[in-house]
Ligand binder design. Structure first.
Ligand code: BTN
Length: 328
C-alpha cells in the first residue's frame, strides 16, 4: 500500500486525501497513517487543509516502495526483501532460493556486515552509500556455461552506470567495472548446481556509489573509486537500482533467446582485459600472459610467456599497463 500511496503523491501538486482514499478503497484515516509511515522512512510530505498531500523530498533509500515506484520490469525486483543491515545479501538470497523463491527475487541491504567478494575477499559495505544487492536467477543453463553470467551482468551494470552518470566506465574480465585502474563495481556469481543442472544462481552486485574515499580501508584507496568521485557529484542509488533491474532483465531475456555470442561482442567493446598483458591468479597459482580473447563460454584466452595458449574460466586478471607491447 505504501507503494500505491507513493505513486499517487506528486511533487508539483497536492493530491487530496479523499481522492487517495477513494482510489485505494481505504479510509482517510488509513491514508493519513500511511503518510505518517512514509514520513518515518524519511519522505518529506507537506499536508495542507482542503488541498491534501504533496511530496517534497524523497530520501535516497532502497526500500521496496522506493524501488518499485517507477520500476518498469516484469519479473526482476517484483519481489524485494529489504534489510537495513544484514551479514551479506548473498546469504539472504541463498536462504530464499533454497525455500523456492522465484526468479527475479531481489535482496537489497543498506549495509552489510560481512559483504564478500570473489576469492573470499571482503566487500566494503558502509550504510546507505553504496548498492549491495543479490538477485535470484533460475536459468536452464549448463553449469559449464556459468562463466557467461558475469559477462551478461557486467554489460548491464556498465551500461546502467553510463546511462545514469553519462560516464563511460570499462569492464574487466571477469566481473569488474572500472574507471581506468580503479574499480567501481563488482559482481559475485554463486550457484547451487549438479553436474547437469543449475538449481539457482545468486547474482551479487556491489557498486561504490557515494562512498567517501575515507570509508575504504587504506589498502583499497588506490584501487577503488566511487561514482560520486568519478562524476564529481552525488549519484542517486534508487535510479541506479531501477535502471539496473530493467537493463538486466532485458539483457537476460535477450541472452536466453539469442545466446551468448552477440553479448560477447558487446562486452569486448568495453573490455580492458582483451589485447592486454595480464597477470592471472587462479586456484592453481599465477602467471603473466597476453589476453587474446573471451571464448564462446565466457572464459579468457591467454597466451603465456612460453607461447602456450591457456583457457582461464575462473580467476582474477590484473591488467599490466607497463608490459611491453606485443609485436608478434
Ligand atoms: C567482487 O568484486 O569480488 C564481487 C563483489 C560483490 C559484492 C556484492 S555486494 C552485494 C552482494 N553481497 C555480498 O556479500 N557480495 C555481493
Amino acid at each position: 500500500m505504501l507503494t500505491e500511496i507513493l505513486k499517487m503523491l506528486k511533487q508539483d501538486a497536492y493530491t487530496s486525501g479523499e481522492d487517495m482514499a477513494g482510489s485505494l478503497g481505504i479510509t482517510r484515516t488509513a491514508v493519513w497513517k500511511y503518510v505518517r509511515a512514509l514520513r518515518n522512512k524519511g519522505y518529506q510530505i507537506r499536508s495542507a487543509p482542503r488541498l491534501g498531500y504533496r511530496l517534497e523530498k524523497v530520501p535516497d533509500l532502497l526500500t521496496p516502495e522506493q524501488i518499485q515506484a517507477g520500476l518498469t520490469t516484469e519479473v526482476f525486483g517484483r519481489s524485494i526483501h529489504y534489510f537495513e543491515e544484514t551479514t551479506s545479501t548473498q546469504d539472504e538470497a541463498r536462504r530464499l532460493a533454497e525455500t523456492g523463491a522465484d526468479e527475479g527475487t531481489l535482496v537489497v541491504a543498506e549495509r552489510q556486515i560481512r559483504g564478500r567478494g570473489r576469492r573470499c575477499r571482503h566487500w566494503v559495505s558502509p550504510p546507505s552509500t553504496g548498492i549491495y544487492l543479490s538477485l535470484i536467477l533460475r536459468p536452464e543453463l549448463e553449469p559449464l556455461k556459468i562463466a557467461q553470467i558475469p559477462i551478461v551482468v557486467g554489460i548491464s551494470v556498465r551500461n546502467t552506470i553510463s546511462e545514469v552518470t553519462h560516464l563511460e566506465p570499462q569492464t574487466k574480465w571477469p566481473n569488474d567495472i572500472m574507471f581506468g585502474s580503479k574499480k567501481v563495481a563488482g559482481i559475485l556469481v554463486e550457484m547451487r548446481a549438479e553436474p547437469e543442472k543449475i538449481h539457482y544462481i545468486i547474482v551479487g552486485i556491489g557498486i561504490n556509489v557515494n562512498t567517501p574515499a575515507s570509508f575504504f580501508p587504506y589498502e583499497f584507496r588506490q584501487s577503488a573509486i566511487s561514482l560520486h568521485e568519478a562524476a564529481g557529484r552525488p549519484v542517486c542509488r534508487r535510479m541506479l537500482v531501477q535502471g539496473l533491474l530493467s537493463g538486466l532483465e532485458d539483457l537476460y531475456y535477450e541472452y536466453k533467446l539469442t545466446g551468448f555470442e552477440p553479448l560477447r561482442e558487446r562486452w569486448r567493446q568495453w573490455d580492458q582485459t582483451v589485447r592486454s598483458w595480464v597477470l592471472i591468479e587462479d586456484a592453481s597459482g599465477s602467471f603473466l600472459g597476453y589476453a587474446t580473447d573471451i571464448d564462446k563460454d565466457g572464459a579468457l584466452i591467454v597466451e603465456d610467456k612460453q607461447g602456450q595458449v591457456r583457457r582461464v574460466s575462473a580467476g582474477d586478471a590484473t591488467v599490466r599497463q607497463h608490459a611491453t607491447i606485443r609485436t608478434a
